[in-house]
Ligand binder design. Sequence first.
Ligand code: UDP
Length: 464
Amino acid sequence: MEKTVHIAVVPSPGFSHLVPILQFSKRLVQLHPNFHVTCIIPSLGSHPSASKSILETLPPNMNSIFLQPVKPKDLPQGGAIETQMQFTVTLSLPSIHQALKTLTSSTPFVALVADPFASEVLDFAHEFNMLSYIYVPTSATTLSWSFYLPILDKETSCEYRDFPEPIKIPGCVPIHGSDLNNQAQDRSSQVYKRFLQRAQQIRLVDGIFINSFLEMETNPIKALKEEGRGYPPVYPVGPIVQTGDDAKGLECVTWLDKQQVGSVLYVSFGSGGTLSQEQITELAYGLELSNHKFLWVVRAPSSLASDAYLSAQNGDPLQSLPSGFLERTKEQGMVIPSWAPQIQVLSHRSVGGFLTHCGWNSVLESVLKGVPLITWPLFAEQRMNAVLLSEGLKVGKRPRIGENGLVERVEIVEVIKCLMEGEEGRKMREIMNEFKEAATNALKEHGSSTKTLSQLALKWESLV
Ligand code: UDP
């Protein structure tokens, strides 16, 4: 009988950090039924309801250990979301250590896989005789940036956003400093110092998974694998996305059923992105004036773009819409407060474009469905993704931000028309369809990402 290969994974809080590592684990045990994955789950307060359903439907060869939730009041007040995520894990370290001790006392575990914000737990790997891995739920470009950061930090002293030229990260599309991730925008901040520290530590692990695939990020992946750079092995295993529940009969799907093929623009800012009141107003008028059909997931306004990411918002999002908007657009569009069944929406034949905040999961979901993008980044590494998509891969159109800090209605109309009816949009759709095919192939039995994951699984098996 085949021996069971035991792996432990540690996510960090936040829907788009918890769900991807669970999906990765699911894929691992589906491809290799002799594997068993134990998820040790830190949380900040209670889990958002969207992740509960995913946690409740794990396959039999996966199980979860829910740690005592960290109380928001125990975290540094007013900290950035990255700080909150990392501190939640830091405060959970004693219970993670205890869980690993208990698990490994009766069963040998081969590997410990952690989310980047949970990478501190990898210090325990050696103690429990496990190999250490990071599952990066973002792009090869973002990982390349993390590796390049310590070099650039040594060579330069000014803020990256003040560099006159775009920064040339090995293998990547040049990125202007102001488009780098939030953590790199203020080099004197604690957030930056922690980011730099993590960037130095990730070089020491046994391997890094990225949720990308060779055919989409060929050059960044090649650069990551180049010998002589001293990086740990990098394994592109994506695109791994959630599968989505059955959404038949839901109001928005019934509405989509009535629309023409490729006619609807889906508008969503991820699991927790928010806009200011002024920006919601501009977006509403932009959608209305574009005369295109739309399906818009609206959240209550906030001056902090990541406001709803780690905690639920209060307030009725519909109250923030301009007066008469819903009545005037009742034939043109549909507005959903806070949450949509995104996978089903993107899979629907009526959806022809996606105005997205460029969260990496949303990007990959759109790639897998061949839907081209309007790239409207808000926080985290989303601006880097926008550069990759619009300037590198040419599958997205990025709106200009006006001098008042807003994307104004005229600009919104222009990018919608460009995507939904222009020649540029047609070309973007064509390229996106090529990536869709490549993504589907990468996940097939002999596809690049499947082979990469299976080769590593074989290595782990040989260690049991
Ligand atoms: N999502 C969803 N419905 C929504 C908003 C988001 O199902 O109304 C899902 C989406 O499909 C994706 C995830 O939430 O899987 C968002 O992850 P992403 O990396 O795009 O953005 P983040 O939440 O990290 O900002």
